[in-house]
Design a binder for this molecule. Structure first.
Ligand code: FMN
Length: 155
């Protein structure tokens, strides 16, 4: 649980900007709730996965494309193959979020894939996962559910 003085990372993969917008809101919300914490934000395209170990807590999120991660998220996950499994993120705390659209047959698989990815590299994934449905949830609601979800991890 976050007490308030931690180093926190928000990392996201986004194609058309919806996940980026949620990630930026999450960063702002965390910084407001935890003014003494350091809350950084990074695009997965430029994130160094080894550096996640420097953080007390990593919020990781991506949108869903074609039953999987969006292409940028996919590149990130594939790039992890070959790195020492189960050691890279040993003991690193994660919370996972994703965006999807419930008009698709398979709704919002991205959090499950990111959870599996984090755990297979030794990360500790905290529940609940957050799934945002861009079909039914307007921006106001997206902001509200994101804030409520983040508060689960604040002591
Ligand atoms: C080509 C394409 C495929 C998609 N496939 C899925 C899908 O399989 N399941 C789902 O829940 N949403 C799917 N979506 C919806 C996206 O996840 C949704 O539009 C999301 O807001 C995109 O976020 P982004 O702008 O951060 O990438 C798809 C969108 C596109 C454009």
């Amino acid at each position: 649980m976050l007490q308030g003085t931690e180093k926190i990372l928000v990392v996201y993969a986004s194609i058309s900007g919806s996940t980026k917008r949620v990630a930026e809101h999450l960063q702002q919300h965390l910084q407001e709730r935890l003014p003494d914490a350091q809350v950084d934000i990074l695009d997965m395209l430029v994130a160094n996965p080894e550096a996640f170990r420097e953080y007390d807590f990593v919020f990781i999120g991506a949108s869903t494309y074609d039953n999987g991660l969006n292409p940028f998220g996919e590149v990130f996950v594939v790039s992890l193959a070959g790195r020492e499994p189960e050691q890279m993120w040993s003991g690193v705390n994660f919370a996972v979020f994703g965006l999807g659209d419930s008009s698709y047959l398979e709704f919002c698989m991205s959090p499950d894939i990111l959870k599996e990815c984090a755990e297979s590299h030794g990360g500790v994934v905290h529940e609940p996962l957050l799934r945002i449905d861009v079909l039914t949830q307007e921006w106001d609601e997206q902001q509200a559910v994101t804030g409520e979800w983040a508060d689960n991890f604040i002591a």
